[in-house]
Design a protein around this ligand. Structure first.
Ligand SMILES: Cc1cc2nc3c(=O)[nH]c(=O)nc-3n(C[C@H](O)[C@H](O)[C@H](O)COP(=O)(O)OP(=O)(O)OC[C@H]3O[C@@H](n4cnc5c(N)ncnc54)[C@H](O)[C@@H]3O)c2cc1C
Length: 383
């Protein structure tokens, strides 16, 4: 039986990002690579937003970008200058097509549409068992949820949202300004905000988003979107051209980075969803770049979290604990932060790129007691 150099189980954001980076690296691009996904990845199933200072690996397919974002809450509204950062949007389908097209040039890359049911490892390799067959690779990179911890109402908040891309006949939106968070909504079901990202003067992504322990009945998202578009955007005539729904874990549970010998978890399954915000795309890019650096220099692909990674993890866990234990609301935390700290510093902090002094200034802007007690609790937790 053929042993692949790399098997990538799950060809979504993390799996395809890793593939692309491997294929871009001359020392690695001839490796035999098998990708397995249960889905064909032919649908525009999600939209990714993220921020960075420079042009990124996927700059060519950036669909829209902003240097100014609005933050709105009760008694506070601000247009935020992002400083050195640009907030960017990539559509799922553009990303999938871009990587598939690039990979076509490589006869050493095979894609299979099968469902992974188990991953096993032995001393020198690992095997992926699907509903149809067993495949062996020297290393398996996994982004399917098979090693995921239990997500419960005690250990996690869920970030759940429904987004619509809406289109108008006449110019209506200011495409230079995105609305990052509008908290002027009922908070009865948890931290609740609207996200409005205009991609042109006639098109915008409007997303109703909550951080809470459980998802809402489907109709609720639709009702809230309709209400907001009518009452806040004051828009009557529009067509919906795209819909997406997502649930992202914001969890205290531990996502294993290396669940078995020769098996590396990527993406959400590898713990690269930032627990305090749900953003994942930019952390996936950083992780796959580090993996490729290891592979290129002949090292094992496992990238050990640094001390700073652990510190950010602790900050995230502290914030989740504060919200889960209802010491403060998400609305109060984000409003205080955006009122007192420049957006560029907040983005640096939320992107794990802040300096220690910036972290201190953010901590000082927030109420001490709730964060201190959650921080101490998380420091000694086994997660
Ligand atoms: C609608 C939506 C919008 C999001 N927006 C943002 C955003 O704006 N910014 C951001 O940073 N993050 C966002 N996220 C979070 C995160 O970036 C995405 O979930 C991202 O796709 C995670 O990448 P991944 O590779 O870990 O998972 P996925 O992209 O979901 O890839 C996992 C792959 O595994 C496959 N799979 C699962 N089980 C099996 C199995 N048993 N066998 C075979 N294949 C399997 C799936 O089909 C999928 O292709 C969003 C998530 C969703 C759902």
């Amino acid at each position: 039986m053929n042993t692949y150099d790399y098997i990538i189980a799950g060809s979504g954001c993390a799996g395809l990002s890793l593939l692309y980076c491997i294929l871009k690296e001359p020392k690695l691009q001839n490796a035999s690579i098998l990708l397995i996904d249960k889905d064909s990845k032919k649908n525009n199933d999600r939209t990714w937003c993220f921020w960075e200072k420079e042009a990124g690996v996927f700059e060519e397919i950036v669909h829209a970008k902003w240097n100014t974002l609005e933050f709105l809450s009760t008694n506070y509204e601000e247009k935020l200058d992002l400083g050195a950062y640009t907030y960017k949007m990539i559509q799922g389908i553009d990303f999938y097509n871009f990587v598939f097209n690039y990979a076509k040039k490589f006869s050493n890359v095979t894609f299979l549409q099968e469902t992974v049911v188990e991953i096993k490892s032995s001393k020198n390799n690992a095997s992926v068992i699907t509903d149809k067959n067993t495949y062996t690779g020297k290393t398996v990179f996994n982004s399917t949820p098979i090693f995921n911890p239990d997500i419960t109402q005690q250990n996690s908040l869920l970030q759940h949202f429904k987004g619509w891309v809406i289109k108008t006949e006449q110019p209506f939106f200011d495409k230079k300004i995105g609305r990052l968070m509008d908290f002027r909504l009922s908070q009865e079901n948890g931290a609740t905000f609207m996200y409005v990202l205009p991609t042109s003067s006639t098109e915008a992504l409007v997303e109703y988003t909550l951080f809470s322990r459980k998802v809402l009945p489907k109709e609720k998202y639709t009702l809230e979107l309709e209400k907001y578009i009518k009452e806040e955007l004051e828009l009557e005539n529009y067509t919906i051209t795209h819909k997406e729904f997502g649930v992202i874990p914001m969890s205290l549970a531990k996502f294993e980075k290396q669940p078995l010998e020769n098996v590396i978890n990527l993406g959400t399954s590898g713990g690269f969803t930032k627990a305090s915000s749900g953003y994942t795309f930019q952390f996936i890019q950083k992780n796959v770049a580090a993996i490729v650096q290891h592979l290129k220099s002949g090292k094992k692909p496992y990238v050990k979290p640094t001390f700073k990674d652990k510190v950010y993890n602790w900050y995230d866990q502290t914030l989740i604990d504060v919200i889960l234990s209802e010491k403060l609301t998400g609305k109060a935390i984000f409003t205080t932060m955006f009122k007192k700290i420049p957006a560029e510093k907040i983005l640096a902090f939320l992107g794990n790129q802040s300096t220690f002094l910036e972290e201190i200034s953010i901590m000082k802007s927030l109420p001490l007691i709730p964060f201190l007690s959650s921080g101490i609790k998380q420091l000694f937790s086994k997660n």
